[in-house]
Design a protein around this ligand. Structure first.
Ligand code: NAD
Length: 294
């Protein structure tokens, strides 16, 4: 199948590589030339614009930073909808606001283009391995048409509901991860200041009810003071912003999300926006003047 892929950043490049490995022909576009060159050296072909991609591909995948980028690429000048034929399928794998997924789907439907939202969890390592968790919203028949292609990039592909449901699921994921990192930071600051070695606490509790994938991944980073991303504070601000906006629009109470959002905003303002989100621990370190270390 000839696939168009737009957005060749940290996630997009390895996802394209896995589509090529599975034998698909892939045509790519990004506003950053260097990213296009890397995908071309992996075996993809370059196109001049999102419109040009849509003119020649009947399956288009987008992997862009946030809602405004998706609207520009799909609905803007020289965008997908200027070139797409009726029957084309658009799979937006970016993490964006669910309401924007619905808005973009409506514009697509007016041109006869079918759309799914399909954000991912797992980060760059799982994008490289092709083992992303992919959460999808949209029509079941369209989902069935693209399932095999999505499985080239992920190990789990789940249809969660109608259009926007993929991004709502992703927001739930991002709320749990952010609050979990804050809880881990708070608990390990307590043990450090009470003079109990945080690594002993980690060993003792990681197999019990408090244990989590977040604890396993982030405690070693926090106790080493290693905040190299991974997933950046600024991207998590974007996701919690989308979660709060969605929560307000449906009337869901998100008090803990609002508190952790303030921690992230404080970290952004103090120059940590490009750190890994495990740097939420730095917020506690600033409050106490103590570092979470052995
Ligand atoms: P990124 O910033 O590395 O890549 C985004 C790419 O989109 C860039 O190459 C950029 O040039 C391109 N782009 C922006 N505007 C464009 C336009 N108008 N036309 C064409 N290309 C354009 O971001 P990323 O880390 O690859 O993340 C992509 C999405 O996946 C985000 O929504 C992010 O939240 C989500 N995500 C990221 C991770 C992660 O660990 N990085 C994990 C899960 C989900």
């Amino acid at each position: 199948m000839k696939i168009g892929f737009i957005g060749l950043g940290i996630m997009g490049k390895p996802m394209v590589r896995n589509l090529l490995k599975a034998g698909h022909e892939v045509v790519v576009y990004d506003i950053i030339k260097k990213n296009v060159e890397i995908s071309v050296s992996d075996g993809a072909r370059a196109a001049e614009s999102s419109k040009a991609i849509a003119e020649e591909c009947n399956l288009i995948i987008t992997m862009l930073p946030n809602s405004p980028h998706v609207k520009t690429v799909v609905m803007g000048e020289n965008g997908v909808l200027e070139g797409a034929k009726p029957g084309t399928i658009l799979v937006d794998m970016s993490s964006i606001a669910p309401l924007v997924s619905q808005e973009v789907e409506k514009a697509c439907a007016e041109k006869g283009v079918k759309m799914l939202d399909a954000p991912v969890s797992g980060g760059e390592p799982k994008a490289i391995d092709g083992t992303l968790s992919i959460m999808v919203g949209g029509d079941k028949a369209v989902f069935d048409e693209v399932y095999d292609v999505l499985m080239c990039m992920g190990s789990s592909v789940v249809l969660c509901g109608d259009i926007g449901a993929g991004n709502t699921t992703k927001l739930a994921n991002q709320v749990i991860v952010a609050l979990n990192i804050a809880a881990v930071s708070e608990a390990f600051m307590l043990s450090t200041m009470a003079k109990v070695d945080p690594l002993k606490v980690f060993d003792a509790i990681r197999g019990g009810l408090a244990g989590s994938t977040v604890m396993d991944a982030k405690v070693p980073m926090i106790t080493e003071g290693n905040f190299k991303p991974g997933f950046k504070i600024d991207l998590h601000i974007k996701d919690l912003n989308n979660a709060l906006e969605t929560g307000h629009s449906v009337g869901a109470p998100l008090p803990l999300t609002a508190v952790v959002m303030e921690m992230l905003q404080n970290l952004h303002a103090s120059g940590c926006g490009q750190d890994d989100h495990s740097a939420i621990a730095k917020f506690y370190e600033k409050l106490s003047g103590v570092k979470i270390r052995k």
